[in-house]
Structures are given as structure tokens and as C-alpha cells.
Design a protein around this ligand. Structure first.
Ligand SMILES: [Zn+2]
Length: 278
């Protein structure tokens, strides 16, 4: 069985193709998928709907760093209410992102139009959500992009969930891995890491202990360069990620780690179960 440790199957891009994709996910033997909400008024309900429809969907609710600036005034109440009424749900996607504040804006008009929050404001919202996750021992799914310094600042004085937390699509250095492991971190290998040009990230994944490895798609983001499952809406769309490419990430990681694919599958299944249990 395969497990997607971090994804956004609730996003609008997937809805016209969802019936087909769910069948394809079941064909690759999906055993669990942590589907992350990003904004209380935009996609948390859609995450709920998916979780109600598929027993293998584990809902997760959080305010993504890109959504901090547009969070509603009563976001804390909404967060507590949603998490308390879903005892199975995890916390995420939460985190810190400095890439979106500058380099991303030059890349695409959509990024330049995004209303963003300063790293200080992001840290405040992240810290509050992480503390709640720790107090209630719910695993947290954490996004960090060009913000490793600010992450250490938060982790210095904020508790983390006892069951662990996920550094999704880990892009930090191999040197930081042991300290994160000690704190209870898991690290997910993404379909985006399949790219051979991502030498630095691929090196980090050779340094991660086997009992902390997970696999993810972040679908519809993070498409691999030559997807095993092209995007059904437009086969020439190389950017949008089909969730069934999860199988490709597993296969690639088994080669990168030099381990038997069946052993990797069993290891990841155990890690996934440990992280989501309380
Ligand atoms: Zn994500």
C-alpha cells in the first residue's frame, strides 16, 4: 500500500478529473493520503467532503503561509472548532515562506498579485497553530521555503506534537537532519524531487533515517519532469501533478536509497501509521 503524506486533492484543478483520479489512486493501492486545507473560508469544507467520501483520506486543517494575509479575523475560533469536531484530523498546512515574498514575485504575475504577510506575521500564525497541535498531540504538516532561520527561531520556544511533525518536501540541508530527527521530525520525499537537477535535496534524502522517511505528491503541485501519469486535462501541462505519480516517487526513492521497493513500501507504511497515531 502507498501513502501520500502531503497533498491538496481538494484543489479546484482536480475536481473535473477527480472520479478518474480516485480510481487511479485506488489502482496503485493508495492506503492513506493526508489532504491539507490551506484557508478556513476557501478549502477546508472541500477537504471535509473528500474525507467523507474516501476512507483513505485523512483531513488536515491549517492556514498556509501564503494565506496568512487573507485569514479571517476569527481564524483561531474557526481553527479550534474545525479541529475539535474532527478528532482524526491533523494540523496543516502551516509554516514559513520567504520565497513567496521576493523571488517568486518576479517569476509569475499570479505570485506578484498574491497578498502576502511578512515573515514576522507568518511566524505568529505558525507558532499559534503549532502550539495547538502540540497541546492536542496532532501531527503537523510544515512548509518551509527559504525560511530555515525563522523556523529555528520558532522551534526554540514552541513545543511540537509528541507524535511528530512532517517537514513536507524537505528542502533543507543534510546537516540539519539529525537535529530535526531528535525533535521528532519526519521528512517527505516529493514527486518534485525526482528531478535530477535537484542534487542538493536528493543528497538530503540519502541522510534521512529510514524510520523517518515518507513520500508525498503535494498534488496538484510538484509534478515530476516526466510524469508516469500526465495531467488528464492537458497532457502538455508539465506543471500540474497527477496524484497517482505517487507511485513514481516511491520508485525513484527506492533507487536513490538503494533499497528494495517492497521494503521501502513497508517502511513508509509503518512511518505513516506512527505519525498519524496519537
Ligand atoms: Zn502543500
Amino acid at each position: 500500500m502507498l501513502f501520500d503524506a502531503h497533498c491538496h486533492y481538494q484543489f479546484e484543478e482536480l475536481s473535473p478529473h477527480w472520479a478518474q483520479m480516485a480510481t487511479e489512486l485506488e489502482a496503485i493501492k493508495i492506503g492513506g493520503a493526508i489532504v491539507n486545507g490551506t484557508h478556513p473560508d476557501e478549502d477546508w469544507d472541500a477537504v471535509d467532503t473528500l474525507a467523507a467520501a474516501h476512507p483513505w483520506v485523512i483531513p488536515s486543517f491549517g492556514i498556509h503561509p501564503w494565506d496568512v494575509a487573507t485569514r479571517p479575523a476569527d481564524w483561531q475560533l474557526k481553527f479550534i472548532h474545525r479541529l475539535e469536531s474532527h478528532p482524526r484530523a491533523l494540523v496543516g498546512e502551516i509554516g514559513l515562506d520567504r520565497w513567496i515574498l521576493e523571488p517568486a514575485r518576479a517569476k509569475a504575475p499570479a505570485f506578484a498579485a498574491l497578498k502576502t504577510a511578512s515573515i514576522e506575521e507568518q511566524a505568529e500564525v505558525f507558532r499559534w497553530q503549532l502550539r495547538w497541535a502540540a497541546d492536542h498531540n496532532r501531527a503537523a504538516s510544515i512548509h518551509v521555503l527559504r525560511a530555515w532561520g525563522p523556523l529555528w527561531e520558532v522551534l526554540k520556544d514552541t513545543p511540537v506534537p509528541k507524535t511528530g511533525f512532517l517537514l513536507h518536501a524537505y528542502g533543507g540541508s543534510p546537516e540539519m537532519v539529525p537535529q530535526f530527527v531528535e525533535m521528532g521530525a519526519y521528512f517527505s520525499y516529493s514527486t518534485g524531487h525526482i528531478d535530477p537537477r535537484k542534487t542538493r535535496q536528493r543528497k538530503s534524502f540519502q541522510a534521512i533515517p529510514l524510520d523517518r522517511l515518507l513520500v508525498e505528491t503535494d498534488a496538484p503541485a510538484m509534478a515530476p519532469p516526466h510524469p508516469r501519469y500526465p495531467w488528464p486535462g492537458d497532457p502538455n501541462d508539465w506543471m500540474t501533478n497527477h496524484p497517482a505519480n505517487l507511485a513514481q516517487a516511491y520508485a525513484d526513492l527506492a533507487i536513490l536509497r538503494g533499497i528494495d521497493p517492497t521494503v521501502l513500501e513497508e517502511t513508509v507504511a509503518k512511518n505513516f501509521a506512527r505519525l498519524v497515531s496519537r
